[in-house]
Design a protein around this ligand. Structure first.
Ligand code: 5GP
Ligand code: MN
Length: 315
């Protein structure tokens, strides 16, 4: 796919990604935005995602995002759903539905493609790597586009650690860092650095974690009261599930935080034996083989019981 060919006649272009945007969502959305602004200078281009975490303020154009999902355009000529199917676009879903041409670019195995044009590559490291792919003329890349896409790639590969890192990923990253931005600082500031508050909750979640199935599973939870006590947002909890997964002997890690009286947002991570995309999909969620998520109803214990039954079947 050459993305310019898909949009060259559009006067209005919308770009969105999933709710609770992570690094890959922000990187792919902003990388595409910065690129389209260059190649379609006369088009009206709007980005609509929820407010990204403060660590992404280093990305050019981030302050131009319509985080309120308000637009004077009702029917975009082209609308992009990135890093998700349309069901997790949140308030942007209505713009996607109304658009004359819908384009879906994603790397989630659970996404079967929801656009008129679909570019779904489950083996790709990240949607940001896919945006790099669809920029056919690489001479149009620049430092700011490269930075956005690089952020997306490092976040979804755990800084090139996870098994989704392919030779193509490293080749893309090699070209991106040739634009000269300070990549060690970018990795540190957007990926590793935690606020004192984030570290405190991480510590607490580790302290309160429980291992079961002979140490092959681990679970931890943060309830609403704790979130309120620390004045924490969902993005403050990122990374907890990866730390749980690092526990020796663990095949599958579960982390959840409470979103309502009887509702939890669940994150699942696997070391490869358990296909957590399958587990999440069973309960209406999705994701990748080694990293998936789902929103579930019930008490903490109900949810752990339901998940364990599915995990045990695979183990
Ligand atoms: P996380 O646990 O970091 O929120 O998400 C892990 C992976 O699963 C990400 O690729 C994310 O996009 C996907 N994911 C998380 N929650 C859901 C969900 O509720 N539905 C679907 N389809 N995918 C999810
Ligand atoms: Mn992604």
């Amino acid at each position: 796919m050459d993305i310019y060919e898909e949009v060259k006649s559009a006067a209005t272009i919308g770009i969105s990604g999933h709710i609770r945007p992570d690094g890959d969502c922000v990187g792919s959305v902003m990388g595409l935005y910065l690129y389209l602004k260059k190649v379609c200078p006369d088009a009206k281009i709007q980005v609509m995602i929820e407010k990204p975490a403060d660590v992404f303020s280093c990305v050019k154009g981030i302050d131009e995002i319509h985080t309120d999902f308000v637009s004077d355009v009702k029917e975009f000529d082209v609308f992009f759903a990135l890093d998700t199917a349309k069901d997790r676009l949140g308030e942007a879903e209505k713009y996607f539905d109304e658009a004359a041409k819908k384009i879906n670019i994603d790397h989630h195995i659970s996404n079967k493609g929801c656009g008129d044009v679909n570019y779904i590559m489950p083996e790709a490291s990240s949607t940001s790597e896919l945006i790099y792919d669809v920029i056919a003329d690489k001479s149009l890349l620049d430092e700011e586009i490269a930075k956005a896409l690089y952020i997306g790639i490092i976040h979804d590969t755990g800084v090139f650690q996870y098994s989704n890192t392919a030779p193509s990923t490293l080749k893309a990253a090699a070209e991106l860092i040739s634009y000269g931005f300070d990549f060690p600082k970018l990795i540190d500031k957007t990926f590793y650095e935690k606020t004192y508050l984030q570290n405190q909750i991480l510590g607490r979640a580790l302290l309160e974690s429980i291992v079961f199935m002979n140490g092959r599973c681990i679970v931890s939870m943060v309830d609403k009261k704790t979130m309120n006590f620390y004045d924490a947002e969902p993005h403050d909890l990122e990374g907890i599930v990866s730390q749980l997964r690092n526990t020796k002997g663990v095949e599958c890690a579960i982390f959840m935080y409470q979103t309502d009286t009887l509702e939890y947002k669940v994150s699942l991570r696997s070391n490869g034996k358990v296909d957590v995309a399958k587990v999440a999909a069973f309960f209406g969620g999705g994701g990748h083989v080694r990293a998936a998520g789902v929103t579930m109803q019930g008490t903490f214990h109900d949810i752990v019981n339901n998940l364990s039954a599915q995990i045990a079947e695979q183990l």
